[in-house]
Design a protein around this ligand. Structure first.
Ligand SMILES: *Cc1c(COP(=O)(O)O)cnc(C)c1O
Length: 369
């Protein structure tokens, strides 16, 4: 491989870790040897230094600004990925009077449920498996809940490519949301949510940090006793995510990605419009292919982040993948549980990459129809 080839950036459709904004990568590169003012790399300085404090505070503030977060929500940067939140949520908040309600809407929800069951009884509020995990529940499903520890949803199922097109309303029962793969892709009706968690590596940064947005009223309902220190939200809030060494580099990049979202893109309404258009271009290509390409998700619940689709046969899917790779489209292989193709087009994925893929899809159909 020549240096030129080795350095060529492809259109990266990876589901996670995933594409990051080019200006952010450039800035990270420029600052790698010496963080301005610090005289050392961000990889080398104390997380208690004033330079680093400005970074973590900036990241927190950007997220607050983007989501228009009221004062009584905490913003945390934790470790252990979204997967640790599957356990941490029930360990902290699953009380003995009643159940925790889970929406079983895809592969990640299934994993969250498995962990919750180790802590206490789980009620499956809605189950999408019989329908092939192609949709989300309608809003009225949430009216059935009147008691229990909390309701848990997965706002975007990364593997199946289904997404909530609305913010569920659960009344007095706290709503917990795994937003790992669509965090900061649109504005939220934030008051509906008591806790939102997201592994950074899908839509907001590199692997290593998990963002948690936590309403203080919910925090006060913590029931877990004698929790391991790192699994105790109260300790994490008290220490302002600095009880121990935080995932410093990941948070540093998150600060840049969220600043890019705010300043370059213009906030969540602007990114949503961009995401909606990108997804529409791709879904339109699927829908206008006379059934050659078939989308997995039902129309109303199609994900704007992970577009899942099939071709007429597995042979053609293999051929498509091979030729796509040769044409500098990477990461398009669908998850083995769904099969087919998956184009992850997160916030940072450029619109021209979607246009290029659509061109390729049309050409492929013409040659292999
Ligand atoms: C990727 C993903 C997870 C797991 O995240 P980790 O940070 O790897 O633990 C959980 N939920 C959803 C929706 C995801 O996309």
């Amino acid at each position: 491989m020549t240096t030129a080839q080795a350095q060529k950036r492809v259109y990266n459709f990876s589901a996670g870790p995933a594409v990051l904004p080019v200006p952010v990568l450039q800035e990270v590169k420029d600052e790698m040897m010496c963080l301005p003012g610090a005289g050392a790399s961000v990889l080398e300085i104390s997380h208690r230094s004033k330079d680093y404090e400005a970074i973590i505070e900036g990241a927190r503030q950007n997220i607050r600004d983007l989501l228009d977060l009221p004062e009584d929500y905490h913003v945390l940067f934790l470790q252990g990925g979204a997967t640790t939140q599957f356990s941490m949520v029930p360990m902290n908040f699953h009380h003995s009077e009643g159940q925790a309600h889970y929406v079983r809407c895809g592969a990640w929800a299934v994993k969250a449920i498995k962990e919750a069951k180790k802590v206490g009884p789980v009620d499956i509020l809605w189950d999408g498996e019989a329908g092939g995990f192609k949709e989300m529940p309608t809003a009225d499903v949430f009216n059935k809940v009147s008691s229990g520890s909390y309701v848990h949803i997965t706002s975007n199922e990364t593997i199946e490519g289904v997404e909530f097109p609305y913010d569920p309303s659960t009344g007095s029962v706290p709503l917990v949301c795994d937003a790992s793969s669509d965090f900061l892709h649109r504005k939220l009706d934030i008051k509906n949510y008591s806790l939102i968690y997201a592994g950074a590596q899908k839509n907001v940064g590199p692997a290593g940090a998990t963002i948690v947005i936590l309403h203080d009223d919910f925090l006060q309902k913590q029931v877990g006793k004698n929790l391991p220190t790192m699994l105790d939200y109260k300790i994490m809030v008290k220490g302002e995510s600095m009880h121990n060494t935080p995932p410093a580099f990941s948070i540093y990049v998150i600060e840049k990605v969220t600043r890019w979202l705010k300043e370059e893109i213009g906030g969540l309404d602007a990114i949503y419009e961009r995401n909606r258009k990108k997804a529409q271009v791709l879904y339109d290509a699927i829908d206008s292919s006379d059934g050659y390409y078939r989308g997995h998700a039902k129309l109303e619940y199609r994900s704007l982040m992970n577009v899942t689709f099939r071709l007429p046969s597995e042979e053609l899917e293999k051929k498509f993948l091979k030729e796509a790779t040769e044409n500098d489209f990477s990461g398009l292989k669908g998850h083995r549980s769904v099969g087919g193709l998956r184009a992850s087009i997160y916030n940072a994925f450029p619109p021209e990459g979607v246009d290029a893929l659509v061109e390729f899809m049309k050409e492929f159909q013409k040659n292999n129809g």
